[in-house]
Design a protein around this ligand. Structure first.
Ligand code: FE2
Length: 176
């Protein structure tokens, strides 16, 4: 017996014209939260980021944020929204009571400042984030000390991918 006999949609033809004339191709990345650490760009001393999708025109990106142990992304403010989905590990913000573990979803409203921490856990922290930049770095008094936006992210990613031998072409392929 055909092992796919329950896939009732097998005879449906795909759409003939998939893309509008000015549409860009989709992005398909195998194993987004990959174990290979070369794919993770150091973002702070203890937290790194695998870029999945980068939009310079929207100042936005998607990534897997990863920490192998206790981790910190220092305090910052978001003028725009952030979505997060926890794949593994344990993490949260010093400013909130909740602690996220596998399967937990987070939405951060525009206008929030926070300090991201990864807890020690048997699994690394791996969180899928959709970030709209910039991050505004804050000092302990809440004063602005700098910013990080998609252009800083691209630069960081390109340099790291060149350094580890993956090549910055891999970053360019994520642009949409
Ligand atoms: Fe943040």
């Amino acid at each position: 017996m055909d092992k796919h006999n329950n896939e009732f949609w097998r005879d449906i033809p795909p759409i003939a014209n998939v893309f509008k004339p000015d549409a860009l191709p989709e992005v398909y990345l195998q194993d987004a939260a990959i174990d290979d650490e070369r794919y993770y760009v150091p973002f702070s001393d203890t937290v790194s980021s695998r870029p999945l999708w980068i939009s310079p025109s929207q100042n936005s990106w998607c990534d897997i944020l990863m920490a192998k142990g206790a981790g910190l992304v220092n305090r910052h403010y978001h003028p725009h929204q952030v979505f997060g989905y926890t794949i593994s590990g344990k993490w949260g913000y010093l400013e909130h009571d909740w602690v996220a573990t596998k399967g937990d979803f987070i939405y951060e409203t525009p206008g929030e400042g926070h300090t991201l921490v990864a807890y020690e856990h048997e699994e690394p922290m791996r969180v899928f984030f959709i970030v709209k930049g910039p991050l505004i770095w804050l000092d302990e008094n809440g004063e602005t000390t700098g910013y990080f936006d998609v252009h800083d992210y691209i630069d960081l990613c390109r340099k790291h991918y060149n350094k580890v031998g993956l090549g910055s072409d891999m970053i360019d392929k994520l642009f949409r």
